[in-house]
Structure formats: structure tokens, C-alpha cells
Design a protein around this ligand. Structure first.
Ligand code: CP
Ligand code: NVA
Length: 309
């Protein structure tokens, strides 16, 4: 009998899954992580192959997807722009048609969201967003799972986003609407949220300072001042973001038991002080580890649906 296969679904942004599906992925993550910690074999993706396409650098995404797929019994192919025809302008549509005839699932890290959407349109197999300029949904899966692990449900809680209006910020905006929490955001005035990616809504509060955004928060989170692909703006951004740093004062404005998260890599002394990043409220290492576990649950869901042991 052929192996069970779920209907074709992509994960190009967090909102590609419903709140109920996200809850399912978090429940499976718990189970898959527990089994892994007990050294129990769980290999539902034997004979399945993941192709990972990287057009930007990565440590966590590369290692977590690669280790995760092997742990689930499958195998992995790693492709970069420099070592494939992708860098020699073979059309995305042709690459998608070819790659997706040879593997069972694809993870892509690239620049514009439009590129991954074009790839997905021509793909026969699920496509996962491993970071685009607009979104980083796998990271937010890990962040929300880490919050749930530490504090129980995230519904009704308050998350503070301090810093750039970037791929992480826009994915937090989607998470707040899907999972029912409030996101308080503070960015420098010259770098506001794009309303097309962050539509106004009850779950989103735009604040005029980092302290206002942190006020009453259960979780304070930030990211680099300059994301990959925007390096030419580095100097201007260093000046504009100088007051958008998570330090002890910002953490003191949050709830006394607030957590601190950062998707990493971090720049101590820029967007976060070493005191906060390495301090007792920081859960960044659990957050990084949880990329492994949530992405195993995600691949399981996209390939097998809910028909799992
Ligand atoms: N957080 C994250 O995606 O890290 P990498 O860039 O190392 O993959
Ligand atoms: N916002 C950052 C996240 C890196 C994981 C970037 O896009 O470079």
C-alpha cells in the first residue's frame, strides 16, 4: 500500500495554517520533542526527501531542518544559489517544476516573498518558507511554542516587539491575530510597519517608544537592526535604531516574570544588551532548540496530515 500523503499544502506565511492547525502543530511538537528527549525512534518520513534552497546565509535553519529530517527517517539535499543553476538565472518556475518532481518537500530561504510564491505555484510538493524579506514563519512557530512551554497558553497575553519592522515583526502580527494575543510594537519613526503586511486590528497596538511597547508585556522580543539583504542601509540604521535597544530598563517596564526572546543571531550592545540576552529572563537557547522540534511537527503535518501515531 502506498504511504499516506496529505493534500498539497504550503507554509509560505504563518497565516497559511489556521489557529486550529497551529495548535495541532504545537501539540505534535510537544510529543515529538518528548520522544526525542527519551531517545525513542520516530521515523514517519522514511524514504522522504527534503530539498533546502538557501539564497541567504543560515545556521539555525540549516541545522534544524537537516537534523530534523534525518531524525524523522528522511534525507536532505542542500542547494545554494552559488552551486546550482538558480544563480545562473534558470527561471524559478522551471526550477520548481524540476526540483518538486524529485523530492517530497522543499524549504526555501530567499529575498522577496513573491519569489517563494512563484516557486510554490509550480511545485508539486509542499513548500516551506525558511525566511523571506517579509516573513519568518518557522521562527515564530518556535517562539510561540517556547512561550507555551514556559507559561502555558499565549492566548490573551501581551507580546512586545521592539525594533525593526521586518520579517519577524510581520510574522508576529499574523500570530497575534491567529492565536489571540496582543502585540505591542515600537519601531523608529522612520521605519514604521507597512500597513499592507500589518493591517490595523484589535490585536496590534503601535506604541511611540520601546518603554510603552514593553509596558505590561509577558514577552519582550527584538531582532537585528539590519536584516539580510539590507546591508547597504547599515550605517543609517545604526543611527536611527540607537534608542531601540532592549536593556534592563525596557525589561523593567514589562511584567516582572516577562520572558525575553531573540531569533538569533544577536548583536550584543546593539538591539539587546548582553545583560538581557544572557540574563535570567532570556530563553533564547530553548527558542533556538525548538526550531528543530516545531519544524519536525510541521513537516509531519504537511506530508502526513493528522494521520499520525
Ligand atoms: N533564526 C534563524 O533563522 O537563524 P539562521 O539565520 O541561523 O537560520
Ligand atoms: N530579520 C533577520 C532574521 C535572521 C534570522 C534577517 O532577515 O536577517
Amino acid at each position: 500500500m502506498p504511504p499516506m500523503t496529505a493534500p498539497l499544502r504550503h507554509f509560505l506565511q504563518l497565516a497559511d495554517l489556521s489557529g486550529d492547525e497551529l495548535q495541532h502543530v504545537f501539540e505534535r511538537t510537544r510529543l515529538i520533542k518528548d520522544r526525542f528527549k527519551r531517545y525513542e525512534f520516530y521515523q514517519p518520513l522514511r524514504d522522504r526527501t527534503l530539498a533546502m534552497v538557501f539564497e541567504k546565509a543560515s545556521t539555525r535553519t540549516r541545522v534544524s531542518f537537516e537534523a530534523g529530517m534525518y531524525q524523522l527517517g528522511g534525507s536532505v539535499i542542500h542547494i545554494t544559489t552559488g552551486d546550482s543553476q538558480l544563480g545562473r538565472s534558470e527561471p524559478i518556475e522551471d526550477s520548481a517544476r524540476v526540483i518538486s518532481r524529485m523530492v517530497d518537500i522543499v524549504m526555501i530561504r530567499t529575498f522577496e516573498q513573491a519569489k517563494i510564491e512563484r516557486f510554490a505555484r509550480y511545485s508539486r510538493v509542499p513548500v516551506i518558507n525558511g525566511l523571506t524579506n517579509e516573513f519568518h514563519p518557522c521562527q515564530i512557530l518556535a517562539d510561540v511554542f517556547t512561550f507555551i512551554e514556559q507559561r502555558g497558553t499565549i492566548r490573551g497575553r501581551t507580546v512586545a516587539w521592539i525594533g525593526d519592522a521586518n520579517n519577524m515583526a510581520y510574522t508576529w502580527v499574523q500570530a497575534a491575530a491567529l492565536l489571540g494575543f496582543t502585540l505591542q510594537v515600537s519601531t523608529p519613526p522612520a521605519y514604521p510597519l507597512d500597513p499592507r503586511l500589518a493591517p490595523a486590528g484589535a490585536h496590534l497596538k503601535v506604541c511611540d517608544s520601546p518603554l510603552a511597547a514593553a509596558h505590561g508585556a509577558d514577552l519582550v522580543t527584538t531582532d537585528v537592526w539590519t536584516s539580510m539583504g539590507f546591508e547597504a542601509q547599515n550605517e543609517a540604521r545604526r543611527r536611527a535604531f540607537a534608542d531601540w535597544r532592549v536593556d534592563a530598563r525596557v525589561m523593567a517596564a514589562a511584567r516582572h516574570d516577562a520572558l525575553f526572546m531573540h531569533c538569533l543571531p544577536a548583536h550584543r550592545g546593539e538591539e539587546v544588551t548582553a545583560e538581557v540576552l544572557d540574563g535570567p529572563q532570556s530563553v533564547v537557547w530553548d527558542e533556538a532548540e525548538n526550531r528543530l522540534h516545531v519544524q519536525k511537527a510541521l513537516m509531519e503535518y504537511l506530508l502526513l496530515g493528522r494521520d499520525v501515531a
